[in-house]
Design a protein around this ligand. Structure first.
Ligand SMILES: [Zn+2]
Length: 90
């Protein structure tokens, strides 16, 4: 028996993959209150800027590492499925 590499079959009409959903805004600009998603608001220098007032909010890495440094508030979203015991931070 010979092991010949098999050709990779391709579909003539491949199904179109749905586009990746845009990340939901999870932060609010402190100066103006505009909700935004940090990964959608990065400028050429790697700084996150508010899409409305253009304030420099912080470096993109700060959103995951030093959240106290960024000029934005994290938006709290209610859990969709089952209710959880309410906890308060700060
Ligand atoms: Zn703003």
């Amino acid at each position: 028996m010979t092991d010949k590499p098999r050709p990779i079959l391709r579909l003539k009409n491949p199904p179109r993959l749905p586009p990746m959903p845009a990340p939901l805004p999870s932060w609010k600009c402190k100066p103006c209150g505009e909700p935004f998603a940090p990964s959608q608001a990065v400028d050429a220098e790697g700084d996150v800027r508010c899409p409305r007032c253009n304030a420099r909010i912080g470096a993109l890495a700060d959103f995951s590492e030093r959240q106290e440094k960024v000029r934005a508030r994290r938006m709290v979203r209610p859990a969709p499925a089952r209710p959880r015991p309410h906890t308060r931070f700060g």
